[in-house]
Design a protein around this ligand. Structure first.
Ligand code: ZN
Length: 243
């Protein structure tokens, strides 16, 4: 292993409350592809925009039909070593809050407490009329409508070209503003919105630790851990168990 894990272990002992920020790289070991990779699936199959979804009945039906397949796929995915390690670090009192760009719900299933989901969740739908949200635990067949007002429901995830929902982003900013250390896992930290959260933390003097298989931009208050999250994080937990 090429990362200085002994150094990190000592560092985390001194700064126990990590704000964890995760991205798609966390879930690739669970078989969920990173759609924003350079050759990601979204380039081969253009994404449905929210405008197309609301504007066209055929698109709506096609979207929800396609989602049936997608949901089954996501529903079969299991939390991996990275998700489990982050939940264990929280159990050890090392994590103040977890913020994720992922919509797969795997952090919560691994045991992390109320992850802040910046891009929403595949396990919620929201009314396009009254904005009411509800949780779902299985794929939706047909066109779902709101039990309150009867309007069409949409997936509870951020679409391409849509801005982030304000509430989770505000919560994430508040958490970053309190953080001494930001642990970045499975995202390069240069892609938005992770990048702006990382910069806010750094501007306040927080140290940023990046777990990344590829070297990324260094700089002040920045520690890069070269290695796969699925190896680095379980090793940290193993060491935390020994102290
Ligand atoms: Zn409604």
């Amino acid at each position: 292993m090429t990362y200085p894990i002994a150094d990190l272990e000592a560092f985390i002992d001194r700064h126990p409350r990590l704000l964890v920020l995760t991205g798609a790289g966390c879930s690739t070991d669970s078989g969920i592809p990173d759609y924003r990779d350079t050759d990601g699936a979204w380039k081969r199959k253009p994404p449905v925009t929210f405008q197309a979804f609301t504007g066209n009945d055929t698109t709506r039906r096609r979207y929800w039909a396609r989602s049936l397949v997608g949901w089954r796929y996501f529903g079969m995915a299991e939390p991996n070593a990275t998700h489990r390690a982050l939940a264990r670090l929280e159990e050890h009192g090392k994590v103040s809050r977890l913020v994720t760009q992922n919509v797969d719900g795997l952090h919560a299933r691994a045991g992390s407490t109320e992850p802040i989901e910046l891009h929403g969740s595949l396990w919620r739908v929201r009314c396009t009329g009254c904005e009411a949200e509800r949780a779902i635990d299985e794929p939706i067949e047909g066109l779902p409508t709101c039990g309150e007002c009867g309007a069409l429901e949409r997936p509870g995830v951020v679409w391409f070209g849509e801005s982030l929902p304000e509430e989770p982003f505000e919560l994430a900013i508040q958490a970053v503003m309190r953080a001494q250390v930001v642990l970045v896992v499975g995202t390069s930290g240069v892609v938005q919105p992770a990048a702006s959260l990382v910069e806010m933390g750094r501007a306040r003097g927080a140290t940023v630790i990046e777990v990344n298989p590829e070297a990324s931009a260094g700089g002040r208050n920045r520690i890069a851990l070269l290695g796969r999250a699925g190896e680095v994080l379980p090793e940290l937990v193993r060491r935390a168990n020994q102290t």
